[in-house]
Design a protein around this ligand. Structure first.
Ligand SMILES: O=C(COP(=O)(O)O)[C@H](O)[C@H](O)COP(=O)(O)O
Length: 326
């Protein structure tokens, strides 16, 4: 057995990391759930002989998972939650504590989403139309709870270029029997006329109440404000970004240009010149919506005007939060 902790990461953890990086596993809550599960798998499969070796191995696995996508803070928050609870004087005791805290975390995550959904549903009235962007399980939980309360809800679903996560939202809503109008992103402003709420999720919430979510959220929010449509953000507290309490900004992920432009399309634009360095394609995956465009952040602990979210963040995290493997 090698002594290098990174070389003892089990294949299943590498697979999960690759699935997160390639977006087979995507969406902030789903990523958090998968990351906690992967740490439990690492713990279960570990052949470490000493507690020190076991801990080093778990931290290496956490780092591998962390380095996949930078914007959704639910990922490091999940890793922190599981690793900070790791305790025990033997490998077996440590293994058990990781399994327990990972399972506890996953249960809490699911319960928090249900609770958040019930809270968010109170904002939705019978007959309301929501406009969605991307695919957010937290946002959909609010719709589900409203449906369970017997309310009729319909949706205008933005396609969400370049990866069209709006299709996942449309599929889920149709499964629940919700009437869906699917529109391209550029049509959003026109359709806001017939919408009662913009309902989106979040990858991270900053201490000043800014919402970091799928690219296009901020433009949608500005348009919605202009049209007088309230903007509701559904985000479990696992989306609160502790680093922003000390002035750090949230890293915005840039993804590959192939998501935006296929090779044949690039060839057409450049006349087939593969070395044309003056055609630049940028593909930021997220943007920042300032708090003044957000009406409410709905969490499992209640609804907050964005400017007051900092109080909840301090309560949950304190002010001194390090990296998961510290
Ligand atoms: O922006 C996205 C997903 O982006 P991507 O598809 O790039 O991962 C979602 O709105 C948030 O992650 C919240 O989702 P959830 O509420 O499910 O956590």
């Amino acid at each position: 057995m090698t002594d290098e902790p990174a070389e003892r990461i089990v294949p299943a953890v590498h697979d999960t990391a690759e699935d997160i990086a390639s977006m087979e596993i995507r969406g902030a809550a789903t990523i958090a759930d998968a990351a906690a599960g992967a740490l439990a798998t690492q713990a279960e499969a570990s052949t470490a002989e000493t507690p020190e070796a076991f801990e080093a191995e778990l931290k290496a696995a956490a780092r591998r998972l962390y380095e996949t996508r930078p914007t959704a803070v639910s990922l490091p928050n999940a890793l922190r939650f599981v690793l900070w609870d790791m305790e025990g004087g033997s490998v077996d005791a440590l293994r058990e504590s990781v399994a327990e805290s990972a399972a506890g975390f996953q249960t809490d995550l699911a319960e928090a989403q249900d609770r958040l959904g019930r809270i968010g549903a109170n904002r939705l009235r019978d007959g309301d139309v929501v406009m969605t962007h991307c695919h957010s399980t937290d946002a959909l939980s609010c719709v589900k709870a409203a449906l369970d309360q017997g309310k009729d809800i319909s949706a205008v679903v933005k396609e969400t270029r370049p990866r069209k996560q709006g299709h996942i939202t449309a599929e889920q809503l149709r499964e629940w029997g919700v009437p869906v109008t699917l529109v391209v992103d550029n049509a959003a402003r026109r359709y806001l006329e017939r919408v009662d709420h913009v309902l989106v999720g979040a990858d991270s919430i900053a201490a000043d109440g800014s919402v970091i979510n799928k690219i296009g959220t901020s433009g949608l929010a500005v348009n919605a404000r202009d049209r007088g449509v309230p903007i509701m953000v559904a985000a479990q507290t696992i989306k609160l970004h502790p680093g922003t309490l000390t002035g750090h900004t949230v890293e915005i992920e840039n993804r590959d240009e192939s998501e935006v432009l296929e090779d044949a399309e690039r060839d057409r634009i450049t006349g087939g010149d593969p070395d044309d360095a003056d055609l630049v394609v940028e593909n930021p995956a997220f943007d920042v919506t300032p708090p003044r465009y957000v009406d409410a952040i709905v969490t499992e602990r209640g609804q907050f005007p964005p400017e007051s979210i900092v109080t909840l963040m301090r309560e949950l995290f304190g002010t001194d939060v390090g990296e998961p493997w510290e």
